[in-house]
Design a protein. Structure first.
Length: 537
């Protein structure tokens, strides 16, 4: 049986089946992205922090805009070529379309990679420092973790003497990391005392692990197995005993019902004890000699003498100085600090002058003084170009970002004004895609800086966790990127596997390319909205 209206259009609507389907699908897509854009507007209007403005690289976004517009044109040419029965021209134009999709995703991948490696930290006074972290080194060689990954200089350092693991929740990769770090320092992590347990009902206590046994996931797993078996067995007997107590309480007080009986129900621990076996919820290990362990900040809740990992491992030992070390600071942002000062009725300039960063960093103090001079020049230029209103107020003034943020381009301008030579055109152009060239610019432009742990309020890469703006950015552009990939796969299928369909029925293939083209136009249209909203505003 042949399905009607696959190739020929319906007489009442003038559309064939797949075109009706794609329009219904695009209607749902409009509602999806419309909701995203609406949410973005409301979140930006109601933001309780300075909303990032013009923080994304414009040039790759602009190139991607023209790439998608060009691909929308070539997909139409590809469809027209099929209507004219010109297979070779169809291959050329559809190949260009798929290539444009690949270029778009490559540029987007470069942009994502820069964001995911760019560190930001908000100090407790709301000053924000941005840049790139260094990597831990020992004798000039970069230190790697147990998986072979380089370790960033953003670690909590604890000189541990004892570790207590939860036998239920211990995280095997962290256990292996502790073992590797101890071995690196020629230390041993050994069981503090014998682990004794009754493993059978009515049995005698036996040693299941001996003092001095070395830490290993296998040892913890063996103790865990015994603990879980005990919990299972004990829960059965506790439940049975509790059930009997409820029956007795109900028989003794038939006038009481439900929760009223609860006060009369209790299990005699002495009577239940012979039926129970040993549960081992935690197990302690000694670190000999005590050594310095490194933990990622998000994995540990540090304390002066005792810290705790997210898997409930307790670390006893002295908390050491654990600064976050930037090998290159490429932006200093006082916008949030200024906003908080204004809310309290404090002069923002005075608040910034008294901030921890300006008081403790000669580089930041020098950059801030230079920046204030640049803002004064900008105010004078705007006053000269636009004048004042009837009340004598300037018609145009520097924005909040102009006044309180020193970006990497401003830092470059500062050192160039002091006589440092400019980079070549090619090198400078590359910075528009991958960010500042630290090696070429030098430490005079982007210096090293150490942030004490006690001054850190919040730290993150430029990921969705940094703020609402980046959460929306990754959500919207990521979802749009998935649409680009999906559309490119479908169009690529028509390009590489459509010859058989073309020989059988050229019109059938043309209809499908038309439907794919409609989806591709929608993908282009969404980017036309995304680019100005996220990149330019």
């Amino acid at each position: 049986m042949e399905i009607p209206y696959i190739v020929t259009p319906r007489k009442d609507t003038g559309l064939f089946n797949s075109k009706i389907a794609i329009w219904l699908f695009l209607a749902s897509e409009v509602m999806l992205f419309g909701g995203f854009f609406s949410a973005y507007v409301f979140l930006r209007i109601g933001a309780d922090y300075p909303w990032p403005e013009r923080t994304l690289p414009v040039l790759p976004g602009l190139i991607n805009t023209f790439v998608l517009i060009g691909s929308s044109v070539t997909v139409v040419f590809a469809w027209a070529s099929l209507k004219l029965r010109q297979w070779r021209r169809f291959q050329i134009f559809m190949g260009i379309t798929v290539a444009c999709a690949a270029i778009f995703m490559v540029l987007k991948g470069i942009e994502y990679n820069v964001k995911l490696h760019h560190q930001a930290v908000r100090l407790k006074d709301y000053t924000v420092i941005e840049g790139h972290l260094g990597y831990e080194k020992e004798d000039g060689v970069e230190v790697k973790d147990y998986k072979g990954h380089k370790i960033e200089e953003n670690q909590i350092l604890i000189e541990a003497s004892k570790l207590t693991f939860s036998t239920v929740r211990f995280h095997k990769p962290w256990v292996e990391s502790l073992m590797g770090q101890a071995a690196h320092h020629n230390a041993e992590i050994t069981l503090t005392e014998d682990i004794k347990a009754i493993t059978e009902i009515g049995g005698k206590e036996e040693v299941i692990a001996k003092a001095g046994d070395k830490l290993s996931p296998g040892l913890l797993s063996r103790i865990q197995k015994a603990h879980l078996a005990a919990r299972k067995s004990n829960s059965v007997h506790r439940t049975a005993a509790l059930r009997e107590e409820w029956k007795i309480a109900k028989n003794d007080s038939p006038e009481l019902k439900g929760w009223q009986l609860a006060g009369a129900v209790s299990v005699d621990p002495a009577a239940l004890a012979p039926k129970l076996i040993s549960e081992i919820s935690t197990v302690g290990f000694t670190v000999n000699p005590p050594v310095e362990f490194m933990f990622r900040p998000r994995d540990v809740q540090e304390g002066a003498t005792q810290s705790r990992l997210r898997d409930d491992t307790v670390i006893e030992g002295k908390l050491l100085e654990s600064p976050m070390i930037f090998h290159h600071v490429d932006a200093i942002d006082f916008q949030h600090l200024a906003m908080k000062a204004e809310q309290k009725g404090i002069d923002p300039i005075s608040a910034i002058d008294a901030s921890w960063l300006v008081q403790n960093s000669p580089f930041a103090r020098e950059a801030w003084e230079w920046h204030k001079g640049e803002v004064a020049k900008l105010e004078a230029e705007l006053l000269k170009d636009y004048g004042t209103d009837k009340k004598g107020n300037p018609k145009r003034e520097p924005t909040h970002k102009d006044r309180y943020r020193i970006g990497w381009k401003e830092l470059v301008k500062k050192v160039e004004s002091e006589g440092r030579p400019k980079l070549s055109g090619t090198a400078s152009l590359a910075e528009e895609f991958v960010g500042p060239n630290y090696a070429a610019r030098g430490d005079e432009t982007f210096p090293h800086f150490s942030v004490p742990r006690e001054q850190i309020g919040f730290a993150s890469k430029f990921t969705p966790s940094w703020n609402t703006y980046y959460a929306i950015y990754f959500t919207m552009t990521g979802l749009h990127g998935l649409h680009v990939i999906g559309g490119a796969i479908v169009l690529g299928y028509y390009l590489f596997c459509g010859k058989k369909m073309y020989l059988a029925n050229p019109e059938w293939l043309a209809n499908r390319v038309e439907v794919g083209g409609l989806f591709w136009h929608f993908v282009d249209l969404v980017w036309i909205f995304v680019f100005p909203v996220l990149y330019l505003m």
